[in-house]
Design a protein around this ligand. Structure first.
Ligand code: MN
Ligand code: MN
Length: 467
């Protein structure tokens, strides 16, 4: 008798030596990418380079077009065989990840230590950022418009930075506080330096502002080093974006090396897999597009976020160039989209917070999430069953492992993605991506198997020939 029950299976149970090698080889390339691309700008630069190498340009007379916005968001499209009004296939992902941003007046010095003040970006658990090596990535724009790229702390010969944690000997009061009280945002100050600037004697006598400089000798030394390295002065930090991120490379995790630990996998694992899939499908039936947005972690606001008009402008340009006679609305309504974002896998140590029948198991394939939101599906894009059935069908044809899940127990939290910003156009859209352990932590964990099959799922979506 046919087994009528449904259950998912670990990809590892079905894999063999050959398929494991394929997955591992892909993972090695990903580890390189995720180790290098730690900001939205670095991510967009990487994607742009890959696309330009594949002959994408801003020229709408060609069939392969790429547009970027402020170096932080990117849209690329490849013309399909069918006309636009029959549909297009789009995958979105976001380039930004939680981190610590320098404030605009960051530098201070007290009790023998020079620090930078920060304002955290996105949903972090503050204690996870203490007592660990940090790197600084970012840009400073000088008054004359010159852009200076900053990256310190990634090479073995570079120094790193850190935020100290309180010693247990003095943590008695803190231990009795709630987490939100115990870890204050204004204590997330990053150590930048320690040694003071000593002015040479003969210079001292000539220098009128000597007393001013000596008021903050450690800060002065930090500024001197920044100036010799990057040609910037303190005022240039007003027009800078400097991000403190976990220092060092991604690593394979576990004796079997079947997991990947890295910072920023939410959502750069989807940026990478969507980009790879997009580049692999060279003659799609339907037009294929990717859009990488910034600012997802702070509500998708801002000119480079999903609530901006960037995507719309790109689509308007595309319709003008390729199918003037069709209305904007008609094309948008015919679209099919995947909001590629990570999902939370059941944590072995926090299983009670997940409703297991409807949660993602790491290694069981990319996770489809029909609805996000919280407390009665509030704020959700709830994908239509017709669309879910269509996806089931294309994945079944290519034997893509996948699973369906929702985030956490009902009324115990929840989350949102950019899906609703695509849904406003009336197109079909659903969330799909690999699930992570320790999401938003400085060391998020993904499965090598889920990584590979997310790319395969996205490729299958781009390759689909029928609606
Ligand atoms: Mn995300
Ligand atoms: Mn996130």
């Amino acid at each position: 008798m046919e087994n009528l029950e449904y259950k998912t299976q670990s990809i590892w149970e079905k894999s063999n030596e050959k398929s494991e090698k394929t997955m591992k080889d892909f993972a090695k390339k990903y580890v390189k990418f995720i180790s290098q691309c730690k900001t939205e700008r670095e991510c967009v630069d990487y994607a742009l380079q890959r696309l330009e190498a594949a002959h994408f340009s801003e020229n709408w007379k060609s069939n392969t077009v790429v547009n970027t916005l402020h170096g932080k968001a990117l849209f690329a499209v490849r013309k399909g065989k069918r006309p636009l009004h029959e549909g297009f296939h789009l995958i979105s992902a976001h380039t930004d990840s939680p981190r610590l941003d320098f404030k605009q007046n960051p530098l201070l010095e007290t009790v023998g230590i020079g620090q930078a003040k920060t304002h955290y970006y996105g949903g972090i658990r503050k204690y996870q950022w203490l007592a660990r090596p940090l790197a600084l990535h970012g840009v400073a724009i000088k008054q004359n418009g010159e852009k200076v790229n900053i990256c310190i702390g990634e090479n073995a010969s570079d120094p790193v930075f850190t935020i100290t944690d309180l010693l247990p000997h003095l943590a008695q009061d803190q231990a009795n506080q709630t987490i939100s009280k115990a870890f204050e945002a204004e204590k997330l100050n990053i150590i930048l330096g320690h040694s003071p600037l000593i002015l040479k004697k003969e210079k001292d006598t000539k220098n009128k502002s000597k007393s001013d400089e000596l008021k903050n000798p450690i800060k002065s030394n930090i500024l001197k080093i920044l100036n010799s390295k990057y040609g910037i002065k303190e005022e240039d930090l007003l027009s800078a974006e400097i991000q403190a991120v976990p220092a060092g490379d991604a690593r394979f995790v576990g004796l079997d090396e079947a997991l990947i630990g890295a910072y920023g996998q939410d959502d750069r694992i989807c940026v990478y897999t969507a980009l790879e899939a997009f580049l692999e499908v060279k003659e799609p039936e339907f037009t294929t597009c990717i859009i990488f947005w910034d600012k997802e972690e702070i509500g998708s606001e801002g000119s480079t976020g999903a609530s901006s008009r960037f995507f719309e402008y790109c689509m308007q340009d595309m319709i003008n160039a390729w199918e003037k006679e069709t209305s904007f609305g008609k094309v948008m309504l015919a679209g099919r989209a995947i909001s590629a974002d990570v999902h939370a896998a059941i944590d072995p140590d926090w299983q009670d917070l997940h409703e297991k029948l409807n949660s993602s198991i790491i290694g069981h394939g990319p996770t489809l999430c029909k609805f996000t939101g919280s407390r009665g599906k509030y704020g959700a894009n709830d994908a239509h069953p017709e669309y879910v059935a269509w996806l089931r069908n294309i994945f079944a044809e290519k034997e893509i492992p996948w699973q369906m899940a929702s985030l956490g127990k009902v009324d115990h939290g929840g989350g949102g993605t950019v899906a609703l910003f695509l849904a406003v156009y009336g197109m079909h859209v659903i969330d799909m991506g690999p699930s992570l352990l320790g999401m938003h932590s400085p060391f998020e964990i993904a499965s090598v198997a889920d990584l590979f099959y997310s790319k395969e799922a996205y490729r299958t979506f781009f390759e689909a020939k029928q609606h």
